[in-house]
Structures are given as structure tokens and as C-alpha cells.
Write a protein that binds this ligand. Structure first.
Ligand code: MF3
Ligand code: CO
Length: 254
């Protein structure tokens, strides 16, 4: 299927889906503390999503067995929550969540430090977040998709970090994953031209060490090959005639 351009009606539905997800994320962020299990975070996330009358879009997606992806330390993405996995002071944890509102999908991820974390870990989290904002400086109609990719890569590479290549961002709308794929690493093609009405999930996944990743035997959990820490930051973004709209951020949120 080609890249979709959303109508004004669809954009309104995307806005609402994403606003609800932003509220879910805000509440999940407040729950992060030493002693909580990743399974508890998933249960809370599912409860919150359903409390808004929405459906968790990750649950059963290609057989994924939970509503929230909870990835700790060297886990890059798609960590499977478990009541046995207890967060410890000093861990870093990425929460990736999404939901469906009236047929429209939203998708966003945040990485948090659990209690006090090392200076190195704090920097990784902050650079990953900032790389998203460096990327979306180019998320304007008339620019090309890979302008975003190149900006994210250039910013993270400055810090010596590994930009994950095996996973990418994506278009989003009536499906969780639509065209185009959105790499976070340097591209030699320009990619498609950006147009108003495109909704894109832009999601840098950044490793402190090597860019290479591996899949665990559970078929889902992606970990860094060298065991280094990894961070993830994602928002669903609307391309407009002017500045992009960050649909999964509430006013004042970052
Ligand atoms: N943010 C992730 C993605 O875009 C979430 C999908 S994970 C799955 O692609 F659990 F749904 F598979
Ligand atoms: Co995504």
C-alpha cells in the first residue's frame, strides 16, 4: 500500500488517538520506580488504555503477548513484560505503547531512568530524545524523508553511539505500520517527498555501543549485541504546511 495522506476528518481522529496515548504515557511514567515489575507496567498500561475506551494495538500483533513493550537496559525494543522482572535502581527502561481510537492508531515510546542512574545512562536517554527533535527539524512538506534519517544519525554519531539499523520507524494510520519505512541511520537516497497529511511514527533506537542487535529466543526481545545500554524515543507526527505537529506530546510535555 502506498503512503497515505489523511483527510481533515482522519487527522482529527489521529489527534485524539495520540492525545489519549500521551496521557497514558504520562501516567505510566509516574509509575516507574525501583520495585515495580515490567508485568505490572503492562497491566497498568492496558488498564489505562481501556479506561479511555481504546484498544491496545500491540496486544496479539503478530502474536505479541502483551499491551506495552517494556525493554530494560540492553534490551532495545519489544521486551516482553513479566511479573518476575523487577526494575532496580540504576536500570533504564523503555516503554513503547500504542492504541486504537475509532480505527486510528497511535504509537509512542519513552525511556526512563529507574531511581538514580549513571551519568552515561542519563546522557544516552537525553541524546536519544534530542535526536528525535533534530530529525523533525526536517519534517516539513517539500523536504525528503531521509533528511530526517540523516539528521538523527549525524546527531547520535557525534556521541559515538550506535544507531540501530535493523528496526525503523513507519507511517501510521488505520494500521499500526504503514508505508514508508523511516530509517534512523544515514541514507544515500533522498526518500519520498514529505506532504501535508502524512502521519509518521519516528522512533530513534540508539545504543551506547555497537549498532548491532540480536533477537532473543522468545522471538521478540531485541538486545544489543555487545550488551551495551539502549534507549528509544518515539512520537507520532503529522506533516503540515508549516511546523510538524507532535501528536503524542501534550502541551508542555517532552
Ligand atoms: N513501536 C513499535 C513499532 O512500531 C511497536 C510494535 S511492537 C508490537 O513498531 F508489539 F506491536 F509488535
Ligand atoms: Co513504532
Amino acid at each position: 500500500m502506498a503512503v497515505t495522506i489523511k483527510s481533515e476528518r482522519e487527522i482529527q481522529l489521529m489527534r485524539e488517538s495520540c492525545r489519549i496515548l500521551a496521557e497514558v504515557h504520562a501516567q505510566l511514567g509516574e509509575a516507574i520506580r525501583p520495585g515495580i515489575s515490567t508485568g505490572d507496567i503492562d497491566a497498568l498500561g492496558e488498564k489505562l488504555i481501556r479506561s479511555y475506551g481504546c484498544v491496545p494495538n500491540f496486544l496479539n500483533y503478530n502474536g505479541y503477548p502483551a499491551s506495552i513493550c517494556v525493554s530494560v537496559n540492553d534490551e532495545v525494543v519489544h521486551g516482553i513484560p513479566s511479573k518476575e522482572r523487577i526494575l532496580q535502581e540504576g536500570d533504564i527502561v523503555s516503554l513503547d505503547a500504542g492504541l486504537i481510537y475509532k480505527g486510528y492508531h497511535s504509537d509512542a515510546a519513552r525511556t526512563y531512568g529507574v531511581g538514580q542512574v549513571s551519568r552515561e545512562a542519563t546522557q544516552l536517554i537525553e541524546v536519544t530524545r534530542q535526536s528525535f527533535f533534530e530529525g523533525i527539524k526536517y519534517a516539513k512538506a517539500g523536504n525528503h524523508l531521509h533528511d530526517i534519517s540523516n539528521a538523527i544519525d549525524a546527531y547520535c554519531t557525534k556521541y559515538g553511539y550506535g544507531v540501530v539499523r535493523d528496526l525503523v520507524g513507519h507511517g501510521i494510520g488505520t494500521s499500526l505500520h504503514e508505508e514508508p519505512q523511516i530509517p534512523n541511520f544515514r541514507q544515500w537516497r533522498r526518500g519520498i517527498k514529505l506532504r501535508p497529511g502524512m502521519t509518521l511514527a519516528i522512533e530513534p533506537m540508539i545504543n551506547m555501543g555497537s549498532c548491532y542487535v540480536e533477537w532473543l529466543d522468545d522471538g521478540w526481545t531485541v538486545v544489543t549485541e555487545d550488551g551495551s545500554l539502549s534507549a528509544h524515543y518515539e512520537n507520532t507526527v503529522l506533516i503540515t504546511d508549516g511546523e510538524p505537529e507532535l501528536l503524542t506530546l501534550l502541551p508542555g510535555q517532552s
